[in-house]
Design a protein around this ligand. Structure first.
Ligand code: ATR
Length: 276
């Protein structure tokens, strides 16, 4: 039996075991996925365990997403640029740190019929998820990526690392924007901005109906932002899109097989349903 693992601390809240175990089962693979609770001082030991032959690969979550860039044997270019890894891939017993958030995000756009090439995108937030999203949009050929964040210094750091343009609400014409992406925690259950939308009221009413609003927050499933976008008649992508597809990309890297995305989505939906 082969094993894939999640390295996180705490490790209890992830939907990844449900998604990946369903995928292994659907493909009839003799493999399973387990969550390892790894405090920072045990990361090196955990990485050594992953180098053993029975391990397929791993996911990496907080607080290890940056530390694995140093602890792994090699680092993929996307992960280096974004400054964080969420996947470890085995190559001849060695560990390569990779980032599947950027390509997973792009796949979720494609699935929703959104073309990133030549798009004008507005990204809200400048944290870890924003780094992956901005990098993905730029690499996919977006014409303009505007970043709006509460803390200006974090926007400057993001722009210096992955590109894009610092912007503000006052300089934005919503009629010109094709894709809006929320990467902030505003609207998330249990966060300070619970029940709120990160986009000022009225702005989406002026957006053309072919515009798409993406929220990477997945709890609740329909955030106040997505509800506002839907009532303005816009296309929407909820937070399970990126979550499923970053998992599907990791699965393909570990196994070399096409990921059963529908099965993974169903397992994630059931997990989130049970968690809410
Ligand atoms: P992640 O790594 O998941 O992207 P993060 O690094 O904690 O998470 O980033 C959270 C983002 O949400 C940040 O951009 C944060 O803004 P600041 O850079 O100003 O901290 C943004 N955010 C969180 N709460 C917010 C709020 N109430 N209003 C506006 N932005 C908020």
């Amino acid at each position: 039996m082969k094993t894939a693992a999640l390295l996180a601390h705490p490790a209890g809240h992830s939907g990844s075991p449900a998604m990946h175990n369903a995928a292994f089962k659907a493909l009839g693979m003799d493999a399973h996925y387990e969550a390892w609770d790894v405090p920072p001082e045990e990361l090196e030991d955990a990485l050594q365990r992953l180098r053993e032959p029975n391990i397929l690969g791993a996911n990496v979550s907080l607080p290890h997403k940056h530390a694995v860039l140093d602890g792994a044997d090699a680092v993929q270019e996307d992960a280096r640029t974004i400054g964080a890894a969420n996947v470890l891939v085995k190559r001849d017993g060695q560990l390569e740190a990779r980032n599947s958030d950027a390509v997973g995000f792009l796949r979720s756009l494609t699935e929703a019929g959104v073309v990133a090439r030549d798009a004008h995108a507005v990204v809200l937030g400048a944290g870890g998820a924003a780094h992956a999203v901005v990098h993905a949009l730029r690499r996919a050929g977006a014409r303009q990526v505007d970043i709006i964040n509460r803390t200006a210094s974090k926007t400057d750091a993001l722009v210096a690392r992955v590109g894009g343009r610092k912007a503000g609400w006052e300089s934005l014409d919503p009629r010109e924007v094709n894709v809006w992406v929320n990467t902030t925690t505003v609207g998330m259950n249990g966060a300070a901005g619970e029940g709120e939308s990160p986009i000022p009221e009225g702005l989406l009413q002026a957006a053309p109906t072919h515009a798409t609003v993406v929220d990477i927050v997945y709890a609740p499933r329909v955030t106040p932002l997505l509800a506002a976008a839907r009532s303005a008649g816009l296309n929407t992508v909820d937070g399970t899109g990126m979550l499923v597809h970053q998992g599907a990309v990791a699965f393909e890297w570990w196994t070399g097989k096409e990921a059963p995305v529908a099965v993974m989505r169903e397992a994630l939906d059931a997990f989130l349903e049970g968690a809410s």
